[in-house]
Design a protein around this ligand. Structure first.
Ligand code: FEO
Length: 401
């Protein structure tokens, strides 16, 4: 029995599960602190379940729905997002409540078939659009389409009577709910980096639309935010709104992330010297990562946080180091903006790494330092001076003066 159930307000319930077993979210992103899958049940003149949870943690889920409904039927299943971590138990719900009306948008209906082979008849599917309202009794759900945050069919629901926003992936984060369901029951500072890693790697690519979505919901009068991952925000929802506003607008903090790919330590040594020079220039938050060791999701999350980024690579088969190549692709894919960039590397016997890094810089929206450093193998005094100069230029770009 994984399922947890908690009353949020009278006749509004949290139902969810903690997943500490899945190693990789989307089979790609490590989950050292796990993740929670949340959904919500409203009992009014009509009853409505908003989303479900992932099937691997479905133990006790339907029992909780049944217990809360206490013999009543389920009138609506609102599907805000079809990714399987939330649509995973739709079939279980339909088995127990075959007369339920699924509420979603046009894309939801297509995806119900594409992902679950479900073809609800017209009287079992209610198509909603932006601004549509579903009356439940004294409560109602106002739908806001948030396409591409995180998938094309994504939408959120606002309940104006109790000022509750059911925000699906938006305002979510990694990390299980360890006893605390609500933001006021735990210390968010412990969760914040995992929330940012979730944002940067799941939502980040869609920051332009995420920013618009955050804008469109932040003007609502919100007392409680109910996302599908992470805390229910009932005390300080403005904290998570502000974090998402900042991240979706690529607002950064003072600091520099140095990422290097090195085989035998020459490029690593350049990274270490750069870090030292940056510290001497007064940059307090300098973080150095080996792209062969630290999972990219952590690196991307730190890059999202800090204004400065310096990439260093050994030359490998006439081009950039393979793990650095993957990171460059990811940075391009995630369309990260508003960063100062520095590049350095080693030439090897034919060069290639710095040439590739320069090509990346030219195709990016980053503000490149004037100085680029390339050592033939191990660095000498000339390259050391270059690194010192690059550190100075980078410090000028990232330090708030
Ligand atoms: Fe948590 Fe986009 O699914």
């Amino acid at each position: 029995m994984n399922s947890i159930c908690k009353e949020i307000l009278s006749d509004l319930y949290y139902i969810g599960a903690n997943d500490r077993e899945t190693e990789l979210f989307e089979n790609m992103l490590p989950l050292p602190r796990g993740v929670s899958y949340n959904c919500y049940l409203i009992k009014d003149e009509k009853t409505a379940l908003l989303d479900t949870i992932r099937i691997n943690k479905s133990g006790g889920f339907i029992e909780n729905v049944r217990n809360i409904l206490d013999g009543r039927k389920l009138d609506y299943l609102v599907v805000q997002h079809m990714e399987p971590d939330h649509s995973g138990c739709i079939k279980e719900v339909l088995e127990v409540y075959p007369d339920v009306v699924i509420v979603g948008n046009k894309r939801t209906k297509t995806m119900l078939y594409d992902l679950l082979e479900l073809e609800p008849s017209d009287d079992k599917f209610m198509e909603v659009n932006n601004g549509d309202v579903l009356k439940l009794g004294k409560r109602e759900l106002n739908f806001v389409m948030t396409s591409m945050v995180h998938w094309p069919e994504s939408m959120v629901s606002y309940e104006p009577n109790d000022k509750v926003l059911f925000s699906q992936d938006i305002f979510g984060g990694f990390g299980t709910l360890d006893g605390a369901i609500f933001d006021d029951q735990a210390d968010y500072s412990i969760y914040q980096s995992e929330t940012r890693r979730y944002y940067a790697n799941i939502v980040g690519k869609y920051s332009m639309v995420a920013s618009k979505a955050v804008d469109s919901v932040k003007d609502l009068d919100i007392d409680i935010i109910c996302p599908v991952h992470g805390f229910v925000w009932r005390k300080n929802p403005e904290i998570i709104i502000e974090d998402y506003r900042k991240w979706s607008n690529y607002e950064t903090e003072e600091g520099v992330v140095i990422v290097y790919g090195s085989m035998y330590g020459n490029t690593e040594s350049m990274a270490d010297h750069l870090a030292q020079f940056l510290a001497e220039e007064g940059v307090r938050n300098v973080q150095v990562f080996d792209c062969s060791k630290t999972h990219f999701s952590y690196i991307v999350s730190e890059i999202w946080k800090y204004k400065g980024l310096i990439l260093g690579s050994a030359t490998y088969d006439n081009s950039v180091y393979p793990n650095m190549y993957n990171l460059l692709n990811l940075l391009k894919h995630n369309k990260i903006k508003n960063h100062a960039l520095g590049i350095f590397g080693s030439y090897g016997w034919s060069g290639g790494a710095v040439k590739d890094l320069k090509a990346f810089a030219e195709g990016s929206a980053f503000d490149l330092t004037e100085t680029v450093v390339e050592a033939r193998g191990t660095m000498h005094e000339k390259e050391l001076e270059g690194l010192r100069k690059m550190a100075k230029e980078m410090a000028e770009k990232v330090l708030e003066k």
